[in-house]
Structures are given as structure tokens and as C-alpha cells.
Design a protein around this ligand. Sequence first.
Ligand code: DAT
Length: 173
Amino acid sequence: MSRFGPNILITGTPGTGKSTLSQELASNTQLRMVNVGEVAKENQLFLGFDEKLQCPILDEDRLIDELEEQMAEGGNIVDYHSCDFFPERWFDIVFVLRTDNSILYERLQRRSYNEEKIKNNIECEIFQTILDEARESYKSDIVHELQSNTPENMENNVDEIVAWCKQWVPQST
Ligand code: DAT
């Protein structure tokens, strides 16, 4: 079976611009946006609540079952702040968004996260946790780091990914 379009993973620390970039890409391509957090909420795919990280605990197995058919069809932009539990075969390319600490701090403050949650996320970005996770989970030649500090960065990232989509050739799976 071949996919009608590529599957793209957009990952990175919360606040780096994943959902903004995904929305821009969805409106500039034929690709569908898959916000994992929203799919989980709609289908109640949670195992509980993580008090330390102050976020719901995703039921990763059920989430994968939920999305499997849609991912096999292709043409998806998946946006999530973690990336090591998805099947590697799902993705043709992976983008990891990166943001400077001071800029990220302000964005997270605007979300009214408390100090503990901001600190955890800033540490995640400082230690490039998600970039390392992506490099460990996918072939290194499909993992790309993108700066996401300014609107100009955002515009360039959209242009680059749209250009990549245009040259994508369906592959048999
Ligand atoms: P995420 O989905 O990674 O949590 P978001 O897309 O909700 O992040 O973006 C968080 C906020 O930061 C939102 O107000 C938009 C802004 N933002 C994101 N990327 C940006 C960029 N490259 N330049 C300027 N603002 C950006």
C-alpha cells in the first residue's frame, strides 16, 4: 500500500511553536493536522494525572491504536511534545523545534503555567531532551532541528517544509 502524502512529526518542548507551525502547514498543504493532545482528550486516552509534571498521563498504546489507520493512509502532520513511543515506521520526516530559554520562559509564563512547570519545561529545552529522544527513536537523516524564536523563523520553517512536501514521492510500504 502506498501513502497519498507524507507523514510529518513536529515535536519539541511545550511552547516552542508546534501547534502554530502545524496549523500553518495544514493550511498551506493537503496534509491533515493531528494534535495528539486533542485526540487523547476527545477519546479519553489517559491513564491518570502526573502530579509532578502537572499533566495527564497519555495512554500511549490506545493512542497508537486510535491513529493507526489514519497514519497508514498518510498525509498527516502529528504534533506532540514527546516522540519516542510512536512507531518509527509512521514518519517520513521529523522536525524538532528549538527555542531560546528567555523567549520560551516568556511564552510559558503567558500560558499561566506555575513556576515548577515552567522550570521543568525550560530544563527540558536546556538539556535538549526532545532532540536527543528524536535522534534515539528515528534514523538520524530524517531528524531535523529547527529554530523557532521569531515570526521570521516560523515563516522560513513553513516554507522549507512545504517545499519538502512538494518534492516528496510516495513510497510503497
Ligand atoms: P506548542 O504547540 O509547541 O506548545 P504554540 O504553537 O502553542 O507551541 O506556541 C506557543 C506560543 O508562542 C504561541 O503564542 C505562539 C508563539 N510562537 C510560537 N512559535 C513562534 C515563533 N517562531 N515566533 C514567535 N512566536 C511564536
